[in-house]
Design a protein around this ligand. Sequence first.
Ligand code: 5AD
Ligand code: SF4
Length: 487
Amino acid sequence: MAIIKTTENDKLEFDSAVNELKEYFSSLSVRKGRTLTYNVLTYGCQLNESDSEKLSGMLASFGLEASSGGELDAADVILFNTCSIRENADRHLFGNLGVFKTLKKNDRDVIIAICGCMMKVPENVEKIKKSYPYVDLVFDPQQLHRFPVLLRDSIRNKKQMVNISADDYIAEDSFFPIDRKRKFRALVPIMYGCNNFCSYCIVPYARGRERSRSFDEIVRELSELASKGYKEVMLLGQNVNSYKGEDGKTFADILRAASDFKEFSRVRFMSSHPKDLSDEVIDIMATRPNVEKHLHLAMQSGSDKVLKDMNRPYTISRFLEIADKFRTKVEGGSLTTDIIVGFPGETEEDFEETLKAVEKAKFDAAFTFQYSARPGTKAAAFPDQIPSDVVTERFGRLTEYTNRYSEESNGRLVGKTMEVLIEGISKAGDMTFSGRTITNHLVNFTIPQELGINIGPDYLEGRLCEVRIDRARPYSVDGVLVSLKGE
Ligand code: 5AD
Ligand code: SF4
């Protein structure tokens, strides 16, 4: 298994396949007497969303138009970008795939393709080969830059094509046309893959070894985004803090470079691992006004024994120390986390340690997960898998705890006027808009008519405003717009 950087040759091959596909779809469109469409169905995390923006960009470059937006819309090219992090993500694919069987039966020109993390799990690929012969193309997330070539070949060959690579590729974003879903927010992957091998996690198998993009390329992309008017950048990686660029450049260097663009009102990042988060990054968060005051730091468990079995190289007291440092340095900052319950061997005492840690860290929000055995990971073979009724019961108790603290966190905002970056309309019926504070709190708000503000969502998206918060809910707060910035 090697890490391979794309070359000029790859780009030439890419361009030539795009041209052939343009011609193919253009004559198909004439034959059918209508515009052709694509539908990319995206599951999972923001890295998958970022991949889908590239896949959509490529499909648009073949001359296809996006379908009208419904998840299960019929289209001429249907592409599933799958996720494998937990079992229910797998079920989604096989559930939805069946919906398109009749479409393909009635129109042999329809193309069904599947990519994403699930395709790195051999059992899933075997299942598609055996039970879903109407799927045209299967490829893995490491080969996005080869999508036009693979699609062209599958159209030429007219039989199911499965192309899973053993290598980990790295293609800079400039390789692709990108169809960014939000006009104010740009997702910018800075690294791919993960070397941590937490014992429960499929990601290192699905996304391969850690590889960082070039620092200069990232800065070039950020500069282009700033000049195009993007207001928010989201720096992405499974483990952003272990970024390693040329000349010893670190994640702190990227964060500083991004925040130097004053055009960005928000610089955000996901995800951080407790073992790699540096004091320097916390200091940047504390001092740079456009860097988010929000840290997502996965705790996973409050028990040292479980953390060890998970192959998470920190103790709970070390985790709480980092949490404390963040709270002290980044005033008013919010701390969120991921927690797994029911990891193999987790005893009632271990679980209570997790509750105690939640009590101490007082997370502003927590994503809680029931352990799901992922075939091929170490933990899937551990003895002592926890019965599902015990997992469900613990999960219920944990969410009661975490919800209490997130409601408290939202409650602390009531009565305050906060700066909010507007993301769009949240409920069209009653003209409620939504946005986020720099601490990543979700705010739903109304706009009093007497302010005479143009409420067209296209006009408001990406703008900063002041909102008076007057009510807390478990996962969001409600408020009223006080003023629009820059008016
Ligand atoms: N079972 C349950 N949760 C998992 N996660 C990752 N793998 C699993 C699994 N096998 C959770 C972790 C991770 C988040 C993205 O998903 O908490 O931080
Ligand atoms: Fe998975 Fe652990 Fe890597 Fe996160 S750090 S992607 S949980 S292996």
